[in-house]
Ligand binder design. Structure first.
Ligand SMILES: Nc1ncnc2c1ncn2[C@@H]1O[C@H](COP(=O)(O)OP(=O)(O)O)[C@@H](O)[C@H]1O
Ligand SMILES: [Mg+2]
Length: 257
């Protein structure tokens, strides 16, 4: 049965996109059929997957059509990234930034993505959603559509407050619209040997215990090269980050069961 996992944090630059892409890649390498859904108007996941927006059709068109009762099937806009092990993906673009406006007056506005993804769920083992950095209606849509959520959190910066805001939202969604949402955990990213990392990680562990993924992801410039090359590091031999994300993906599979 398909599991949908959101990668969320209202902070930008915490490695949401890097995590979404590498989780999808690692699962795909494990023989799972994966759909990566770009749900950020910045569309970084789409460019990572090699998308060029020549034809300008994105998740936003599907959402907008859905809202006016026109049933355009999301299947029609799914692309495949050959450079990334044949991962399927749903592209996004900047027009998704208008969603706040057209969603606000409609009924059940927080369940639109859920209903759209239901059209393609049966084809996949996993759907990974890369969220935008906000706590707005698009992120709520992602959490309502999901079976699990992972929160990547940078350890360089003391962002306990930010973590509380997003974990509160997760709790509200669990209590309200989606009791099936499983908080899979917090993934420490850009981990290095500084005392800042160690102190922050300690604070996270005291606060969240087992919810912190055990090994985290090291800081490495290869992450930036990988987005430039439009290819996840899981597909490269001897990549430390690639191996860390594979271990993380295995833990995600254990936790989502
Ligand atoms: N483990 C890492 N080590 C060093 N840089 C990283 C790492 N993971 C991501 N980055 C870089 O940090 C920046 C933000 O990452 P990104 O995944 O785009 O975050 P977000 O989606 O949360 O904004 C990007 O330039 C990315 O290449
Ligand atoms: Mg991003």
């Amino acid at each position: 049965m398909c599991k949908i996992i959101a990668i969320a944090n209202q902070k930008g630059g915490v490695a949401k996109t890097t995590t979404a892409v590498h989780l999808a890649a690692a699962l795909q390498m494990n023989g799972r059929k994966v759909l990566l859904c770009d749900f950020d108007p910045q569309a970084d996941t789409s460019s990572y997957m090699g998308y060029s927006d020549d034809d300008n059709i994105s998740i936003n068109n599907i959402m907008q059509d859905y809202v006016v009762g026109k049933n355009t099937n999301v299947k029609d806009i799914i692309r495949t990234s050959d450079k990334n092990g044949g991962i399927d993906y749903i592209p996004s673009d900047i027009s998704l930034a208008t969603a706040e406006y057209y969603l606000s007056p409609i009924m059940s506005r927080e369940t639109v993505l859920k209903r759209i993804l239901e059209q393609v769920k049966s084809y996949y083992d996993y759907i990974i959603i890369d969220c935008q950095p906000s706590l707005g209606i698009l992120v709520i849509n992602a959490l309502v559509a999901s079976d699990g959520v992972v929160i990547p959190a940078q350890t360089q910066e003391f962002s306990k407050k930010a973590l509380k805001a997003i974990t509160d939202i997760v709790e509200q969604v669990q209590k309200g619209v989606n009791p099936n949402l499983n908080f899979l955990g917090i993934l420490p990213t850009m981990v290095d040997n500084t005392s800042m990392t160690k102190d922050t990680q300690k604070v996270y562990e005291e606060e969240y215990g087992n919810l912190i993924f055990p090994n985290g992801i090291s800081r490495s410039v290869t992450a930036a090269y990988s987005s430039r090359d439009r290819k996840a590091l899981c597909f490269k031999n001897n990549s430390k980050i690639g191996a860390e994300y594979k271990a993380f993906a295995e833990e995600v599979e254990r936790r989502i069961k």
